[in-house]
Design a protein around this ligand. Structure first.
Ligand code: AMP
Ligand code: ZN
Ligand code: FE
Ligand code: FE
Length: 328
């Protein structure tokens, strides 16, 4: 996470800093319905450890500045920013839950799963995430090769420079294309090359639902289905939820109010926490929406209660296994 990205692309860096200054001092980024409401939790945030643009501690400072009582950093496929976020939370007096966002597959659909409250040092989780990091690097290489075949002279080093040590994703390819002047906008890079169906799109390996559950619950965490209607029909959401998801994200910028209500009813019926947040990626990646969507702070109490339930089940399962081996 060096300071190289600003030197490489002064324009983008300057825009990001201006956006950040505006975000830090303006209340207009808070959704009008929520203006003046203090507190709450934003449980869906990305940092530069994946495809966001700010360091974890800076995000937590902005959360504190927005009056949030709780937050979670949920980077894609990495927990490398979690320790910094937890430390910043302690310093700033806000509750921070460990978090991550994994891509998984359910009945042929890509779904995003959030993990909360797990041990960020869990060896099985770290090893699986490391495999995914490597696979994302290989995928970036394949995307660059496709771009080159299309006559777009992007180099892999430029993508690594854009990622600045973060887990590689398509947003870094879009950044690199923009910085090299090969496209005229970040969004244009997706529309022309990177979206599914476009000539440089390459899919990537995803976890199965069971693998994701084992990884997150094995590390003592709660598995939550992220922005359900972005990927699944209502029927599939119900099926997946009934297959044993630990929580549902009911508040997200991609969800309509009617969808949020439907999801809240489903979470209620299943007796699982309803979570949510802004899915903010930082300035330079769409609107600076941190804190603009919040869930009540009791959500964190509910997540913690669910985590205690998972811990009790694990302890019982381990005691059962020891008993069947004849140990005392
Ligand atoms: P990846 O995990 O590498 O496939 O990249 C997925 C990320 O790219 C998402 O989390 C979004 O942040 C971003 N993304 C996907 N599609 C678009 C799009 N059409 N425009 C802008 N960002 C996008
Ligand atoms: Zn993202
Ligand atoms: Fe997502
Ligand atoms: Fe996200």
């Amino acid at each position: 996470m060096g300071g190289g990205r600003r030197a490489v692309e002064p324009d983008l860096g300057r825009r990001a800093r201006v956006d950040e200054r505006k975000a830090a001092c303006s209340v207009s980024i808070v959704h009008p319905r929520l203006r003046g409401m203090l507190g709450g939790a934003d449980l869906h945030l990305h940092s530069r450890h994946s495809d966001g643009t700010l360091p974890p501690a800076r995000l937590m400072e902005l959360c504190a500045g927005q009056g949030l009582e709780a937050a979670s950093l949920t980077d894609h496929d990495t927990v490398s920013g979690v320790a910094e976020a937890l430390e910043a939370g302690r310093r700033l007096g806000i509750r921070v839950l460990s978090g991550v966002e994994l891509s998984a597959e359910f009945r042929g659909h890509e779904v995003h799963l959030l993990g909360y409250g797990f041990d960020p040092g869990d060896p099985a989780l770290l090893s699986a995430l490391e495999d995914h990091r490597r696979e994302r690097e290989q995928r970036a290489e394949r995307i660059v090769a496709r771009l080159n075949q299309l006559g777009v002279p992007l180099r892999l080093e430029q993508v690594f420079e854009a990622a600045d040590g973060g887990v590689l994703g398509r947003p870094h390819l879009a950044d690199a294309l923009l910085r090299s002047g090969l496209v005229s906008s970040f969004q244009g890079a997706f529309e022309r090359y990177l979206n599914p169906g476009c000539p440089a799109f390459v899919s990537r390996i995803r976890f199965s639902l069971d693998q994701a559950r084992q990884l997150i619950e094995g590390a003592g965490g709660l598995l939550v289905l992220a922005h359900p209607h972005l990927n699944l029909s209502s029927a599939n959401i119900r099926l997946l939820a009934e297959e044993g998801i630990g929580g549902l994200e009911t508040v997200h910028p991609g969800l309509k109010p009617s969808q949020s209500r439907e999801l809240e009813e489903l979470a209620d019926r299943l007796g699982i926490p309803a979570t949510g947040g802004s899915d903010c990626h930082g300035p330079g990646r769409g609107p600076m929406c941190l804190g603009s969507l919040r869930v009540p702070p009791e959500t964190v109490d509910r997540i913690e209660a669910a985590l205690r339930g998972i811990e009790r089940r694990r302890a019982r399962a381990m005691a059962g296994a020891a008993c069947s081996r004849g140990e005392r």
